[in-house]
Write a protein that binds this ligand. Structure first.
Ligand SMILES: Nc1ncnc2c1ncn2[C@@H]1O[C@H](COS(=O)(=O)NC(=O)[C@@H](N)CO)[C@@H](O)[C@H]1O
Length: 423
C-alpha cells in the first residue's frame, strides 16, 4: 500500500500507475474518503478538546455554574458517540482502498497489460541439439520408474506427484545445493511453515486480491501459503528494527501450496504446475533506500542466474511488464528455462522489488541513523523450486539410454554423476 501523504501530493502519478497496472481502484473515491476522514477527525478532535476544557471548567465551577457545564459535557459526549463510529467506518473503507494502491513501477518496466509485453533482455546458453529423439520428463520418469504420477492422482488428486529412487534423492540434493549457494552469499538458512494467518496474507499482499489461489484450513481458521515469502514478510511485523541489523537476508525452504485456480487445462501433465511443491526462497528486508534495494535486487538475481548456470541449463531473462508484475512491484525480472519437449522457455524464477508497499501492509519498520522510525523496503526471489526445475533438468540432460546426467556442481550433493533406473 502507498503512503496517503504521497497519494495526496502525487495523484496523477498514482493514477498513471493504476492505469499501467490495470488496477480497478477508483482513486477519486479514495481521495474523497480521505477528505471525509480528515474532516471527521478534525471535528471529533475539536469536540474532545472542548469536552476536556469543559470538564476542567466544571471541576472549578461554582454550584450555580456547574449544572450548565455538566449538560454541555453530556451534549458533547452525545455528539462524539455519533461521530466516532462514523469515523471508524470511513477509516475502514479507506484502508480497504489503500490495500489496492499500486507501487509506481520503475521507468524501465515495459508498459503493457500482460505478459505478452514482457521483454527478453538476454539469454544464457543455447538449447541442446539432440542426436536422438529425446523423451519428455513424464516418459523419462515412466521409463526409469522415478515416480508414480498415476497413484499420486489416486491418493492426492490432480496436479500431484510422487518421486521415487534417484529422482526423489535428486530433488533433496537440489534443494540443499540451492540453500548452500545462498548461505555462501550471506543468507541465513531457515525452514518455515506453510500454515499461516489471514493478517499475514494481507501483510504480504496475497490478500485481498488473490484469495482464490490460497487453500484455507478449517474454514479459514488457517491458510496454506503459496510461498515462504508470505511468512518471511510477516516475521518482523510490528517490531522496530535497528538500521544496523539490516539488510535481513533470509533463505527459506518451505512446502508451497497453490490452488492454481484459473489454470484449468494448463500443464496438466507431469511436474510443471502442481498444488504442492518445494521452494528455496530468497527474502530481503532492507533500509528504505532505492540504491540499496537496486543493489540487493541485482545480488538476488545473479544468485539465481548462478544456480541455473551451475545446473547447466539454457535460460533467458525477462523484464516483466507493468500489467504482469502485479500491484506491489516496483520491478520484477523473471528467469525462464528451456523445456526441450515444449520447444520454449518456461518460468522457473521470479525476482521482485516492492519498495515499502509490503512494509506498510505488514508494519515492517526500523529506526534509521538519525533516529527516525521508517518503513523498510522488501524484495524476494526464487532460488530454486522443485519439482518444476526437474522438468528442465531431466529433459536437457538426458542420455539416449534414458539415464540423466547430474551437473558437476550438484554431484557432491547427489553422490553420483547420473540418475539411473531403479535396479
Ligand atoms: N503450481 C506450481 N507448481 C510448481 N512450481 C510452481 C508453481 N507455482 C510457482 N512455481 C514455481 O515457483 C516459482 C516462484 O513462484 S512465483 O509465484 O513466481 N514467485 C514467488 O513465489 C516469489 N516468492 C519468488 O519465489 C515459479 O517461478 C515456479 O518455478
Amino acid at each position: 500500500m502507498l503512503d496517503l501523504k504521497f497519494i495526496r501530493e502525487n495523484p496523477e502519478a498514482v493514477r498513471k500507475a493504476i492505469e499501467q497496472k490495470g488496477s480497478s481502484l477508483n482513486l477519486d473515491e479514495l481521495l474523497t474518503l480521505d477528505r471525509q476522514v480528515l474532516e471527521l477527525k478534525r471535528q471529533t478532535e475539536a469536540l474532545q478538546a472542548e469536552r476536556n476544557a469543559n470538564a476542567k471548567a466544571a471541576a472549578k465551577a461554582t454550584p450555580e455554574e456547574r449544572p450548565a457545564l455538566i449538560e454541555r459535557g453530556k451534549a458533547i459526549g452525545h455528539q462524539l458517540s455519533e461521530l466516532e463510529p462514523q469515523l471508524r467506518e470511513l477509516e475502514g473503507k479507506l484502508k480497504q482502498l489503500l490495500y489496492l494502491t499500486p507501487t509506481l513501477p520503475w521507468e524501465g518496466a515495459p508498459v503493457g497489460p500482460d505478459d505478452s509485453f514482457n521483454l527478453e533482455t538476454r539469454t544464457h546458453g543455447r538449447p541442446r541439439t539432440f542426436l536422438f529423439e529425446p523423451l519428455d520428463h513424464v516418459a523419462l520418469i515412466e521409463k526409469n520408474d522415478w515416480g508414480d504420477l498415476e497413484r499420486a492422482a489416486k491418493v492426492s488428486g490432480s496436479r500431484s506427484y510422487i518421486l521415487k529412487g534417484d529422482l526423489m534423492l535428486y530433488e533433496q540434493a537440489l534443494l540443499r545445493f540451492a540453500v548452500d549457494r545462498l548461505i555462501a552469499a550471506g543468507f541465513t538458512p531457515m525452514s518455515v511453515p506453510a500454515l499461516t494467518k489471514e493478517e499475514v496474507l494481507y501483510g504480504h499482499g496475497q490478500f485481498p486480491t488473490a484469495r482464490d489461489q490460497v487453500y484455507s484450513v478449517n474454514g479459514g481458521e488457517a491458510f496454506l501459503a503459496g510461498t515462504a515469502e508470505v511468512l518471511l514478510n510477516g516475521l518482523y511485523s510490528g517490531e522496530i528494527l535497528n538500521q544496523a541489523e539490516l539488510p535481513k537476508l533470509l533463505a527459506a525452504l518451505s512446502p508451497c501450496f497453490r490452488s492454481e485456480a484459473g489454470s484449468a487445462g494448463k500443464d496438466v501433465r507431469g511436474l510443471m504446475r502442481v498444488h504442492q511443491f518445494n521452494k528455496v526462497e530468497q527474502y530481503v528486508l532492507c533500509r528504505a533506500d532505492l540504491e540499496e534495494s537496486n543493489r540487493l535486487f541485482e545480488t538476488m538475481l545473479s544468485l539465481s542466474e548462478g544456480i541455473l548456470q551451475a545446473l547447466e541449463l539454457p535460460y533467458r531473462v525477462l523484464e516483466v511488464s507493468t500489467g504482469d508484475m502485479g500491484l506491489g512491484k516496483y520491478r520484477q525480472v523473471d528467469l525462464e528455462t528451456w523445456v526441450p519437449s515444449e520447444g520454449r522457455y518456461r518460468e522457473t524464477h521470479s525476482c521482485s522489488a516492492l519498495l515499502d508497499w509490503q512494509a506498510r501492509r505488514a508494519n515492517l519498520r526500523y529506526r534509521d541513523a538519525e533516529g527516525r522510525v521508517r518503513y523498510a523496503y522488501t524484495l524476494n526471489n526464487t532460488a530454486l523450486a522443485t519439482p518444476r526445475i526437474l522438468v528442465m533438468l531431466l529433459e536437457n540432460h538426458q542420455n539416449e539410454d534414458g539415464t540423466v546426467n547430474v551437473p558437476e556442481a550438484v554431484r557432491p550433493y547427489f553422490g553420483k554423476a547420473k540418475l539411473e533406473a531403479a535396479r
